[in-house]
Write a protein that binds this ligand. Structure first.
Ligand code: PMP
Ligand code: GLU
Length: 400
């Protein structure tokens, strides 16, 4: 091929760091090393049995055809009911669009909402794909950050300072990937009040970790009356129901936005997998007992991680309130060396050092807009986590 065939858009896009680290971990494993993978955020549990049975039944009933683009009516109804029942949110079934994972939901929104040069305020640290999804859609990501001292939560005043004429929406997750931080009712209320002065700014609230929240009740920013009619709530089945491979996510949105997103999806992937959608109805309409059991397991593992990593010199460990990630600030280690091949000048170096020397896969904080931090997923067994902590402590101990 004489000429580079790739678009500038795709060349400017970075590869997802979570997916890259997971692949690198597999490569090192294929070379014969016993790698503990704490890179990809994926529950290690199997999908609950009653949900799998619903999929088998859907197949037997011949639910194998194209579905309506925004989702089967039963699922849109079940999502609308769930929003009302669990979150106090009013989205009619026509305001729901089901997609192939929450990742597609967010990409659909960016394509449907952004004109060239529109700005998106992203609360940092943020989930790895947000900024690339915004840029590839022609938007300008405007990250506004907070450090470990603020428990990685951005104040209303800091957000306000970033608002301009071009701001289209604000995008965030709570519970947050990568930090595990959870915005409190008061913090969200302050943000809602501040945004009441800017009626053209929309809010995209990614609540995919709502069920993995150790602080008590999940709060949806869409419940604040100041924001009525301009919050898009994103959610999905991957985390709360351990359904990552099923690829099922959704939004509740103002009607015009839901219709635009559906139009967009009608020209790309069409309706999501029919079998997954039928299983999704059963997941939402059944007891959440299996979800609560998974949450309890994540909470035990969180304690193990805080305690274990808290003793590793150079790791400033946060206390995550939800999700299944811990996000230590590791900047104290900069400048240290093992006396051989490795010098730690940033968290990319540290992630590489841990993979190559301890065979523990993590992800650099740089991918999440926080270059001094390291993301460690604790969606792994307690035995693996203990072993990972020991290995990390050992190789960090070798740095001088
Ligand atoms: N948002 C956040 C914050 C996530 O961590 C993930 C998981 N990768 C997603 C969205 C996308 O989830 P999925 O596409 O599996 O529904
Ligand atoms: N949410 C997960 C993570 O952050 C899945 C991987 C991805 O889709 O990026 O690791």
């Amino acid at each position: 091929m004489a000429k580079n065939p790739l678009s500038t858009r795709v060349q400017n896009m970075s590869e997802s760091a979570t997916i890259r680290m997971a692949a690198l971990g597999r490569e090192v494993r294929d070379q014969g090393h016993d790698v503990i993978s704490l890179s990809l955020g994926e529950p290690d549990f199997d999908t609950p049995e009653h949900i799998k049975n619903a999929a088998k039944q859907a197949l037997d009933e011949g639910k194998t055809k194209y579905t309506p683009v925004p989702g089967i009516p039963e699922l849109r109804q079940a999502i609308s009911d769930k929003f009302k029942r669990e979150n106090g949110l009013d989205y009619a079934p026509e305001q729901i669009v089901v997609s192939t994972g929450a990742k597609q939901s967010i990409a659909n929104l960016a394509w449907a909402l952004l004109d060239e040069g529109d700005e998106v305020i992203i609360l940092a640290p943020y989930w790895v794909s947000y900024s690339d999804i915004v840029s590839v859609s022609g938007g300008v990501p405007v990250p506004v950050g907070a450090g470990i001292e603020e428990d990685y939560k951005v104040s209303a005043a800091t957000i306000e300072a970033a608002i301009t004429e071009r701001t289209k929406f604000m995008l965030f997750s709570s519970p947050c990937n990568p930090t595990g931080s959870v915005y409190t009712y008061e913090e969200l209320s302050a943000i809602a009040q501040m945004l009441s002065k800017y009626p053209d700014v929309l809010v995209v609230s990614d609540e995919i970790y709502e069920h993995i929240n150790f602080t008590g009740k999940h709060v949806s920013i869409g419940t604040f009356p100041e924001l009525k009619g301009r919050v898009i709530t994103v959610n999905g089945f991957s985390k709360g129901f351990a359904m990552t491979g099923w690829r099922l996510g959704y939004i509740g949105a103002p009607l015009a936005i839901a219709k635009a997103v559906s139009k967009m999806q009608g020209q790309s992937t069409s309706g999501t997998n029919s079998i997954a959608q039928s299983a999704g109805v059963v997941a939402l309409n059944s007891s959440l007992a299996p979800t609560h059991e998974m949450k309890a397991a994540f909470e035990r593992r969180r304690e193990l991680m805080i305690e274990g990593l808290g003793k590793v010199p150079g790791f400033r460990v946060n206390r995550p309130q939800g999700a299944f990630y811990i996000f230590p600030d590791v900047s104290e280690l900069y400048g240290k060396t093992d006396g051989g091949d490795y010098t730690i000048n940033n968290s990319d170096d540290l992630a590489e050092y841990l993979l190559m020397k301890a065979h523990v896969a993590t992800v650099t904080g740089a991918a999440f807009g926080a270059p001094d931090c390291l993301r460690i997923s604790y969606a792994a067994s307690e035995a693996e986590l203990k072993e990972a902590i020991e290995r990390i402590a050992r190789v960090i101990g070798e740095l001088k």
